[in-house]
Design a protein around this ligand. Sequence first.
Ligand code: HAS
Length: 564
Amino acid sequence: MVETQERGEGLKVEGWLRFITLFELVFPTILLILGIYNGLLQVLYRAGIIKSMSFLGISYYQGLTLHGVINAIVFTTFFIVAFSNLVMYYYTRIQLSKGLTYIAFALMVVGTLLAAIPMLIGKANVLYTFYPPLKAHPMFYIGAALLVVGTWVAFLSYILVYLKWKKENPQKGVPLGVIGVMSTFIIWFVATVPLAYAVLFMLIPWSLGIVKEINIMVERTLFWFFGHPLVYFWLLPSYIMLYVVLPKIAGGKLFSEKFARLVFMLFIIFSIPVGVHHQYSDPSIGTSMKFLHGVLTFAVAIPSFLTAFNVAASLEYAGRKNGGNGIFGWWKKLPYTDPKKYLFAYMFAGLVLFLFGGITGIVNASYNLNSVVHNTAWVPGHFHTTVGGLVFLSFLGMSLYLVQKLLGKEVKFQRLNVLVPYMWLIGVILMSTGMSIPGIEGMPRRTNIGLTYLNPESEFFRPGWVFWSYLSVIGGTIMFISMFSYFVIFFSTLFSKKTSEADLYIPTAQSLDDAGTSFSSFKPWIAILIVLILVAYIPTFYDLSKATFGGAPPYSPELPVPMR
Ligand code: HAS
């Protein structure tokens, strides 16, 4: 067991770091109100309950862009940087560079505000994937670029802390939380370099009118080089919590730290060379590359399977330690609804959702099944149980916890708080089921023709989809109520009176095994990653270079769609 893993005392956080971290937690939570509101409008609009999304003068694609960018990009990125700042400091006790942390913070805030302006005035209705032919105002791309550069600066500050810690502790294994943060940002950095190329050299010149045409397939491929690792950028901080925090709160220990470390290393090698599984239906990329990326996608599921077993075994250990016996007795001894241990509820509800997210992900990864579900409502069904499930819930729970600790406050409405994740769980299951089942029958993933397939007057009317759309509305409404409750709890806690000393304490489980110094070096894994990227992407870009097409004119999704 690594020594730093066992530390349990609170840690004073200097004023400047407390300020930045709190800002990085509270600012995206405020934006989330708009993101969640647009989520509710989505389900209502899709089911035809509201005939337009224009309550705030927001159009369908504009609302969908705000929903995706705020919830999946801004909220997550800010949380991950705030959480990583604290994890690095807590487990190494080495101060982050104040200058770098401030620069990262400033770039992220300015970038977000710059990107927000065109989104809010309807000049960037390009969805969170923002690939052409959808075209945004240049300010959107510049803002997105600044946000990403901000995270690179934050990563630089982590690298400095990591190297200093290694130098001072040559004989020790790196703390698990630090391995988790470093893995998250190694993946993120490698994934965002091609994205930066695409934004700087393709999208910005295109949006400024400097170039008239853009190679859509190359840009899409660069985007998905980034787009799949993006999901592990979201997931790995949740895995840090599952390994480090959850077993402790459950009352037990981590089953195997060695396996947990291996999981992070496997993510480094497999997260990136899989992007083409988002492009199985795209032209210009040959089937052999699609097959290779498909195989590697199954490989990237392995660390999640390892996690499922490691976490389940840790929970069983905790349940038995809490007095549970027999095959199922230990299940009853976990703190599902203990208001003081609310982080358990947030993570457990997320784990249940991730079982569905994992299964649907494997379906997506299968080349032939993907052709059934691609671009259908099945896909949002999948990602609301992954990024909208485990990731979102663990981030919400941890945001509240960190705000509480850094300000020395008591959580308000504690009974309601412990119900929030279970409401969200029920809501997501209903909403995702209501999207996944008709998705298999071809219900489109996105539509700005609203009522068409639910309208008996339309030639596209699908009576079988009416029930599922209403089920989604019920699920989406429960999700909205859950989040409304969360906002009340979060902001009441934020503005409540201080009740204790403000310090940082991250509940940290010991491990049943002694991981020693195993899997403490990133170098061999980064080397394997580079080889795999070359193998998976050189032939892909070769295929693209042989394709004979020019650019495409910009397209606006808000153009009128022919209706009967
Ligand atoms: Fe995915 C599309 C394949 C994981 C997010 N994915 C998406 C999109 C998003 C997304 C946002 O292959 C849409 C992108 C877009 O806008 O077009 N995904 C996978 C696979 C995995 C996977 C194989 N996805 C994620 C995660 C995400 C995420 C994680 C966010 C965080 N996904 C795809 C594919 C597509 C796709 C294709 C393209 C679809 C298309 O055609 O457009 C795997 O990583 C999943 C592995 C997971 C597991 C589950 C392990 C289970 C655990 C829980 C254990 C529970 C316990 C509790 C212990 C193997 C760890 C016990 C409790 C009990 C009650 C029993």
